[in-house]
Design a protein. Structure first.
Lengths: 142, 296
């Protein structure tokens, strides 16, 4: 008997040029979702300094005694990389929110014919909000 | 003529004959075969030349693979130059290539009018019905491949057994326990109900949606858009009655049923009959939730 030729799953990813709006929305939603989960852990790590700070724990920051919580945040905000990552975080969060709303509408069966347009709209809106946020996040970083 | 390999045209047919003592008839047939191969090669060269001179020819790159012939086990692309005529479809071009250049080119087709659903293929990176896809709408060279996410049997023919299994799994036929009183009474459907299921009845089992679905590719047990659409067509049919609908919803809402859909809309984009597949799947999801929600 003849065996058949299986082209495998790897091939799918080489077809990314042919992906339609809905497919991109799905990929971006997965990606931003994972990024937000990753952020959650760093977020918890930073916030966890609040309890020792409330109990009076201090650290040396710029030559003076500061409480741990403030010291951690201010020193993190002093890093250029963190400032830039914050813009990225905003973009990721905004897209995830907007596309999440879009998916909610899809689940409710509202506007399924315009699902590609609503994806583009959420992309554009994300871009606009991100650009608008740059002055706030980057001010004084350089 | 299927023993013809892409590189060694004449050698192969001659080595075939050497296997046992060649009779006069065998020799004659060999000679005939050899001449036919030469003729074909000559015509192909001619056509390619004409293609260079004449702009009214289209270039077709067709996926070729045949596990039964040694020289064809390595998948490759063959180029065919086909004279363009107004209104030509991808299927027409394939048929021209098969009839003119290589009779071993294999693909399914039957009605040629988008009703039988045999000729779903992967054309220029999208699942299309070959008989419904105009050449003039495509960019050249036109790449024709078999449907992704299905095992290739030969050239453009894929194994659809799994797809048919999934279709069968949703019991795609009318069932009811509520019969009309009279022996000869008809089972009538309201106009509104007919209108509701209208689009879902259009499915021609071409498997384009199943092939485009990213989830179905990774999860072999997932029913797939076509099967769910079939389930929708009967679950939404009011004539079947409440008990049968309950039975259908049990099939639909199982682990690898509607809940596997991630609303990528790939199926809806490729459906040659414009069935709003995602919409139907989403409606069945809501139906399943409503079915299981209890507030007491």
């Amino acid at each position: 008997m003849s065996q058949s030729y299986n082209r495998g799953l790897i091939e799918d990813f080489s077809r990314w040029r042919e992906f339609q709006a809905g497919m991109w929305a799905w990929i971006f939603h997965k990606f931003t979702g994972w990024v937000l989960i990753g952020y959650l852990f760093t977020h918890i790590a930073v916030l966890s300094t609040a309890i020792p700070a409330a109990n009076g724990a201090t650290m040396m920051f710029q030559g003076s005694e500061t409480d741990v919580f403030t010291g951690t945040i201010v020193s993190l905000e002093g890093l250029l990389l963190v400032r830039i990552l914050e813009v990225g975080l905003l973009a990721v969060a905004v897209f995830h929110m907007l596309n999440g709303t879009r998916l909610l509408l899809v689940d409710l069966g509202v506007g399924l014919e315009a699902q590609d347009k609503s994806f583009y709209a959420s992309l554009i809106l994300t871009g606009a909000i991100t650009v608008a946020s740059v002055p706030t996040f980057i001010a004084g970083a350089f | 003529m299927s023993t013809q390999t892409p590189t060694q045209t004449e050698e192969s047919s001659e080595t075939d004959a050497e296997a046992d003592v060649p009779s006069k008839g065998d020799e004659r047939r060999d000679e005939k075969r050899r001449r036919a191969a030469e003729e074909r090669a000559r015509r192909q060269a001619e056509e390619a030349e004409k293609a260079a001179a004449d702009e009214e020819t289209i270039e077709l790159k067709v996926f070729r693979y045949d596990p039964e012939i040694e020289g064809k086990q390595e998948p490759r692309f063959d180029t065919f130059h086909v004279p363009f005529t107004k209104g030509m479809t991808v299927l027409d071009a394939l048929m021209y290539s098969r009839d003119t250049y290589d009779s071993s080119l294999t693909f399914r087709h039957s009605c040629r009018q988008a009703v039988c659903g045999s000729d779903a293929m992967f054309v220029n990176g999208g699942q299309k019905l070959a008989c419904k896809t105009q050449i003039s709408d495509l960019e050249e060279p036109i790449r024709v491949e078999p449907l992704p996410h299905a095992d290739v049997r030969k050239d453009l023919v894929v194994d659809l057994e799994h797809f048919y299994d999934q279709m069968e799994a949703v019991e795609p036929y009318f069932q009811t326990n509520e019969y009309p009183d009279g022996e000869l009474e008809e089972q009538r459907q309201t106009r509104e109900n007919r209108e509701k299921i209208k689009m879902s009845t259009r499915c021609i089992w071409c498997s384009a949606c199943m092939s485009s679905c990213n989830i179905a590719a990774g999860d072999n047990e997932y029913l797939g858009p076509a099967a769910i659409n079939k389930a929708y067509r009967f679950a939404m049919d009011e004539r079947e009655g409440e008990d049968i609908k309950q039975q259908r919803l049990e099939i639909i809402e199982q682990e690898h049923g509607v809940w596997r859909c991630q609303t990528q809309f790939s199926c809806t984009e490729v459906c040659p009959k414009d069935i709003p597949l995602t919409e139907h799947i989403q409606e069945l999801k809501r139906e399943a939730v409503k079915n299981n929600l209890k507030f007491w």
